[in-house]
Design a protein around this ligand. Structure first.
Ligand code: AGP
Length: 583
């Protein structure tokens, strides 16, 4: 996954692109580059590193020109180095191109182009597209870039969102194309943009046109046109969003993640305002429900399956990438896909696999690919999430799931509950200091607290690089207990509910083998057994069904503070990216 952006208009293209790339960095942040054209002269600057560092070092914003493209990379083909950073060019430095996705037949294309004399500067699959266009321009009678661009797309297998232009084009114009990778046009006054995601363009417009698979868009100073691959003009709907540019800023916090954790008290209300009527009525009609998702969204899905199960319904949560190996859904199966980005390739593949089934999508991103596949879409309304670690989108996913199951009235206290739990931060910081040097940390829980344990463990390992596992308490004795020795931290998610009696036994089991117990609880006996304890609200002041919301907040804060204590940037953990558009 990578982020791409293009700009044509009256402003300095390099400034707009550099600013936009900062918002796309969550999609990949190992290298960055910008290419602009000015009076038919090309200027490409790129290197490995993050947007802020590279753009300062190479002085991106001093590049003249009102048209250009930019890219932030998450390496798939070729290591992390300047040569592999995008944009790429052809032999003549005429065709300029940036790409998000994977070209599956790139080896064959590269061999063919090499045999025709093309010389490559990088190891990427992207560069071959620039050379392919160059080759097709040679072969076209008119040497038309437009014609060669369309012809080249037909030879590409795999996924792509492309931004491209030709320095010697007959007019100033940018070309974009999408297949299984997101791409949205931003329509401003006398200026146009296109990018992988909306926040990169919010400063300039609130009007957007999401492209569909197989679309090619051409942007000029006077407007845009969208075509199908066979060159026929097609019309695509414009939409407006009510997100503000400020929503995509850090708002005084040092990291997006801290802001996003704190923002949960507001966004949960936005989420609960979402209309779930159609989804609820579909769910009521089916006896067999499959929930598919990845990572954090999978944990929300797992919670959904526990809650539907409690109601006597048959619902199973599947990790999206495994789904096709496990079951064969049929027309009597309702498939619910949960994806913050709505672009996760594993989820989209699983949805496509569930041919003939009715599909509900629960997502945060208006215009995302998942919304074009599902029969019914519920938006979680969490606002843009920039930190790689999902936080507010998890609670908002839970908000939607709870609303579907319990209705909104019972959830009205959620915002103040989250606010109350944010106040545990002082205690959380103390625990973070005690845990920062740990090599292994375990989480235990039972029942519907288990998805929270999984999520807390994922959050911790993702941004602190500490090895962490989560187990249902009953599983400890079936293997993991052998890993417990003097001082190994066990975080027990132990609210005073139907799971406590048995979980208390598991806590004692671990403690007697030397574990350091950190508990989240409102039970005095558990507090006494604990080395550290985060207090959950008294039983008298909380509806027990809301415990998951109360528990996840300090656990997100814990991961965040351990990460910061270890000198890691929690917004950009190594090897990860926010939107995973490759399988
Ligand atoms: C969690 O912090 C991660 N960012 C990751 O597990 C994420 O939830 C997963 O990649 C799924 O993304 P999606 O919700 O956009 O489909």
């Amino acid at each position: 996954m990578c982020g791409i952006i293009g700009y044509i208009g009256f402003r300095s293209a390099s400034s707009v692109i550099t600013e936009g790339l900062k918002h796309l960095e969550y999609r990949g942040y190992d290298s960055v580059g910008v290419a602009v054209v000015h009076q038919k002269k090309l200027n490409v600057r790129k290197d490995k590193g993050m947007v802020q560092d590279v753009s300062t070092k190479l002085d991106f914003t001093s590049m003249d020109g009102h048209m250009g493209i930019g890219h932030t990379r998450w390496a798939t083909h070729g290591g992390v180095c300047k040569e592999n950073a995008h944009p790429h060019t052809d032999c003549k430095k005429n065709v300029v191109l940036a790409h998000n996705g994977v070209i599956e037949n790139f080896s064959a294309l590269k061999a063919d182009l090499a045999s025709k004399g093309h010389i490559f500067d990088s190891e990427t699959d992207t560069e071959i597209i620039a050379h392919l266009i160059e080759e097709n321009m040679k072969n076209s009678k008119t040497s038309s870039f437009k014609e060669a661009f369309f012809t080249s797309l037909k030879s590409l297998e795999g996924s792509y969102a492309l931004a491209a232009f030709a320095v010697d084009d007959s007019e100033e114009r940018l070309f974009f194309a999408r297949k299984n990778s997101p791409l949205v046009i931003g329509v401003g006054k006398d200026e146009l943009l296109a990018a992988s995601d909306i926040p990169a363009m919010l400063k300039y417009t609130k009007t957007f046109v999401p492209l569909e698979d197989g679309d090619v868009a051409i942007l000029t100073k006077s407007g845009y046109k969208v075509y199908s691959l066979d060159g026929k003009e097609v019309s695509r709907k414009q939409m407006t969003v009510d997100w503000t540019a400020e929503m995509a800023q850090k708002g005084g916090y040092p990291y997006f993640m801290e802001k996003e954790i704190n923002d949960q008290k507001h966004f949960i209300n936005e989420s609960l305002a979402s209309d779930v009527t159609a989804a609820k009525s579909l769910i009521d009609q089916y006896e067999n429900i499959h929930i598919i998702a990845c990572g954090t969204s999978y944990h929300a899905g797992l919670m959904f399956s526990y809650l539907l199960g409690e109601r006597g319904m048959s619902a199973q949560a599947y990790i999206a990438s495994e789904y096709p190996y496990i079951v064969k859904p049929n027309k009597n199966t309702l498939v619910i896909a949960i994806s913050q980005s709505g672009e996760t390739a594993d989820v989209l593949q699983a949805l496509r696999y569930a041919k003939g089934c009715k599909k509900i999508a629960i997502t945060n991103v208006v215009g995302s690919t998942i919304t074009t596949i599902a029969d019914c879409v519920v938006f979680i309304n969490a606002g843009p999430e920039a930190g790689v670690a999902a936080t507010k989108t998890f609670t908002c996913q839970l908000g939607i799931i709870y609303k579907i199951i319990y209705g909104k009235e019972k959830l009205e206290s959620l915002s103040s509950l989250i606010e109350q739990m944010l106040k545990t931060e002082k205690k959380v910081k103390e625990i973070a200091s005690a845990l920062a040097k740990s090599e292994n940390i375990f989480f235990i829980a039972r029942g519907k607290n288990v998805p929270i344990a999984y999520e807390a463990s994922l959050k911790l390992k993702e941004i602190t690089y500490i090895h962490s596992e989560a187990y249902p308490g009953g599983e400890l004795k079936h293997g993991p207990l052998s890993l417990i020795s003097e001082g190994v931290p066990i975080i027990a998610i132990a609210p005073d509910d139907e799971t406590l009696a048995k979980l208390f036994g598991n806590i004692k089991e671990a403690k007697s083998r030397g574990a350091k117990i950190i508990s989240l609880t409102n039970n005095l006996d558990v507090q006494k057994e604990s080395d550290f304890s985060i207090k959950l609200p008294e039983l008298s002041s909380i509806d027990p069904m809301l415990y998951p919301f109360a528990m996840i907040i300090p656990l997100q804060l814990l991961a965040y503070h351990v990460s910061v204590l270890k000198g890691i940037n929690p917004d950009r953990p190594r090897n990860l990216a926010k939107s995973l558009t490759v399988e």
